[in-house]
Design a protein around this ligand. Sequence first.
Ligand SMILES: [Zn+2]
Length: 119
Amino acid sequence: MIKEISKIKKECPVCEIERDLIYGEMNEVLKVRGEDIEVTSRVHYCTEGKHYFYDVEDEEEKFQIAYREYRKHKGFLQPEEIKKIREEEDAELESWDNEISKLKEKIEKIDDDLFSRVE
Ligand SMILES: [Zn+2]
């Protein structure tokens, strides 16, 4: 079930004493908004207490991966894709602003020309 990455000696949060632990990877199915998402999660196995437990960071990462997968399944944009689109939009708006300023300058110049002719 668990694919071993390393063996460590560390306090087991369940047994609350130092134990021989196996740190490894495991395939798991998480439910994200009702959808089953398979993820590979990092997990500890306590060889003496014979139970699994997760680190908070590993747990968090697992859910992030699951949400990424979920978005991929649904065809939703990932956070970095949304950021990229926003940046492109900002750049586009900026170039429009430049065009508008140039037009305003032209119009002002024409106005000035017309006035100088009238006077
Ligand atoms: Zn234990």
